[in-house]
Design a binder for this molecule. Structure first.
Ligand SMILES: *Cc1c(COP(=O)(O)O)cnc(C)c1O
Length: 350
């Protein structure tokens, strides 16, 4: 009989949430769907693509559009099938068997998983109840472990908290022999990106995505940015046609509407501020919500010992939020969606 190896024996496939929920505030997607004129452009792209041809392996047009949007050199940008794929590629390329990856938990759960699949070893620094990143603690751990890589999201999913650019710079300078992967999936909602300074560091890679602020989770498009020497590694290691032709062309459209995009980001930030304020008010009225964390992202994290039962009762009412042990994470939604989740929580807490 064919035996599964140890690395994969106990893995279980990713479980999407099942069933229909009117209100989906569980995956930090944008609540704004793309406007009609953009849909027309995308439809025209889909109609006229040369389907019989392989796509551009370097994805030059979309990397160019990214470079123009953010003011970075397109030669220092590579694209991925979502930043998820890029995380996998980075782990495979930059970790060898037995190498140590330092993570700062709680954080995005895929880091440890892909590191494990690459034969790496995860050493986790735990955050305290404030859920902020203690830079000195991280530096010490990276040094003690002689870590090959440090990865964390900034601002952080699921905590919502951000580390200032000054603190990130201090961290980068303190660990010159370690590759630091900065996952800026939510940085479009905050203003402390390291993109403007990425060329100053030979140990820094930055990840970005079209899945959150750009309302493009469905097209699967992410980017990695860094000094050319590092990004060339990604280009060499990735499968040549990782970005399909539609995604490349659609990405150019999404990244070429800067004004409209800035306006969408403003709306999402307003929605998040409203949700945060209302959750704070609920927490004042009911001790069940123990702490509402300030946020630099498009979601709010709430500490509650009742996370399991609140999560289940919200699902029963057609509302999906994300549950972690002891916490709920609620994505900012439309006015109606926010009202639905706040009303339901108000009733459940009463
Ligand atoms: C959503 C998310 C991603 C994944 O982005 P994709 O581009 O959709 O793969 C990466 N990192 C963090 C922290 C995220 O929350």
């Amino acid at each position: 009989m064919f035996e599964l190896n140890e690395k994969i024996r106990d893995l279980i496939p990713y479980e999407p949430i099942r069933g229909h929920f009117d209100v989906r505030l569980d995956a930090n997607e944008s609540f704004l769907s793309l406007p009609e004129d953009v849909r027309q452009q995308l439809a025209e792209i889909a109609r006229t693509l040369p389907y019989n041809r392989y796509p551009d392996p370097l994805a030059e047009a979309v990397c160019q559009a990214f470079g123009e949007y953010y003011g970075v050199d397109p030669a220092c940008v590579a694209g991925g099938d979502g930043s998820d794929e890029l995380i996998n590629i980075l782990m495979n390329a930059f970790l060898e068997k037995g190498d140590t990856l330092v993570t700062v938990l709680p954080d995005f759960s895929m880091y440890g998983f892909y590191a494990h699949m690459a034969g790496g070893r995860e050493a986790a620094v735990r955050k305290d109840d404030s859920l902020t990143v203690d830079v000195d603690l991280v530096i010490r751990r990276v040094q003690e472990e002689k870590a090959r890589m440090l990865i964390f999201s900034n601002p952080c999913n699921p905590t919502g908290q951000g580390l200032s650019r000054e603190e990130v710079r201090r961290l980068l300078r303190a660990v010159p022999d370690t590759l630091v992967v900065l996952d800026e999936a939510y940085m479009d909602f905050w203003d402390q990106s390291m993109l403007p300074q990425v060329q100053e560091y030979d140990n820094l890679l930055i990840l970005r995505t079209c899945s959150k602020a750009f309302a493009g989770a469905g097209i699967r498009l992410g980017f990695v940015v860094g000094q050319k020497r590092l990004v060339d590694v990604v280009r060499a290691v990735k499968s040549p046609y990782n970005l399909n032709a539609y995604t490349q062309a659609a990405g150019v459209v999404l990244l070429s509407r800067k004004e409209e995009e800035q306006c969408a980001i403003r709306k999402i930030r307003e929605s998040t501020a409203f949700l945060y304020g209302e959750l704070c008010r609920l927490a004042e009225r009911s001790g069940v919500l123990q702490r509402v964390y300030p946020t630099c992202c498009n979601f709010v994290l709430v500490k509650t010992a009742q996370a399991d039962s609140l999560h289940r009762q919200l699902l029963d009412r057609g509302i999906a939020v994300r549950r972690f042990p002891g916490y709920l994470r609620i994505t900012a939604g439309s006015e109606t969606e926010n009202a639905r989740v706040l009303q339901a929580l108000g009733e459940l807490l009463a």
